[in-house]
Design a binder for this molecule. Structure first.
Ligand SMILES: Nc1nc2c(ncn2[C@@H]2O[C@H](COP(=O)(O)OP(=O)(O)OP(=O)(O)O)[C@@H](O)[C@H]2O)c(=O)[nH]1
Ligand SMILES: [Mg+2]
Length: 257
């Protein structure tokens, strides 16, 4: 029996590969990075377009050695980029610019973004009309393991403030585990170079009208290396949230000269 128009559109969306660029920024991970890449390659199947590993000048020699091994193990599908801009925000801004897939998966290589959840992101993106599928630690099924108490309390209140400011039902605006339709990121004028970029890259698309849904994720503290995020930077999240809320929509996009 021939499919009706509506049914065939849905079937096409399910069948078509998302062609995902998985962005993996790396500073000091070794086995966590290897496990992240292995899991992506095992689970992403035909949805995979490329794994884009972003390194910095200060990426540890041990991590660079693991990256070399990964390149040898998987000559196709792995791309390495040495960032020019500084810090995590700089790494992500450049990765957004050079990613060549149709979708972008924002994640980390320290296993705090559990790679076994990739199929849940893919399925949610394929079955809804979403621009962004975001991981949330604050909905049923999500959570934190090994997060500091002070950070947890701050995180709770920040989420509430951001949700009110942006009049959104999104419950986790700072967890950088998200699957984006690439066009929703294109042309946006980014400014943060450090960790608050992870908030900016959800708030600016939201202000541009992005349709966002969430899936539950459990965050588990890394078992190797250290976080590069500075507690003193925490209040910069408030600054970018306020600034992004107040600037006119016309200034959210880069000017084309
Ligand atoms: N290329 C690159 N990667 C980075 C940089 N800073 C952090 N990363 C990587 O980005 C990922 C997330 O960074 P973390 O510092 O763990 O940040 P976080 O988990 O959001 O912060 P916490 O909640 O404080 O742990 C990790 O895999 C880091 O190795 C950077 O400047 N350049
Ligand atoms: Mg981390």
């Amino acid at each position: 029996m021939a499919l009706g128009n509506k049914e065939s559109i849905v079937t096409n969306r399910m069948d078509r590969s998302l062609r995902i660029t998985f962005i993996l920024p790396v500073l000091n991970e070794t086995y966590s990075l290897q496990q992240t890449v292995d899991t992506i390659l095992a689970l992403a199947g035909s949805e995979l377009h490329e794994v884009l590993i972003v390194t910095a000048e200060r990426t540890a020699a041990e991590s660079l050695a693991v990256i070399k091994t990964i390149e040898k193990q998987h000559p196709a599908g792995i791309r390495i980029h040495r960032q020019g801009l500084p810090f995590l925000g700089g790494a992500m801004q450049e990765a957004f610019d050079i990613a060549s897939g149709d979708h972008i998966m924002l994640m980390a290589s320290d296993l705090e973004t559990d790679p076994t959840l990739i199929p849940a992101f893919v399925e949610t993106m394929k079955t809804g009309r979403w621009d962004i599928v975001a991981g949330s630690r604050w909905i049923k099924g999500g959570g934190f393991e090994g997060y500091s108490r002070t950070k947890l309390i701050l995180n709770y209140f920040f989420q509430k403030i951001f949700a009110i400011l942006y009049n959104t039902e999104v419950t986790d605006l700072t967890f950088a585990y998200r699957l984006y339709r690439k066009p929703i990121l294109e042309g946006i004028a980014w400014e943060e170079l450090k960790h608050p970029f992870l908030l900016e890259c959800l708030l600016k698309p939201l202000r541009c009208g992005a349709r966002v849904t969430e899936i539950p994720c459990r965050w588990r503290a890394r078992t190797e290396g250290t976080s590069a995020s500075m507690f003193a930077e925490t209040f910069k999240y408030l600054r970018i949230a306020l600034k992004t809320r107040l600037i006119p929509k016309s200034r959210l996009k880069r000017r084309i000269s």
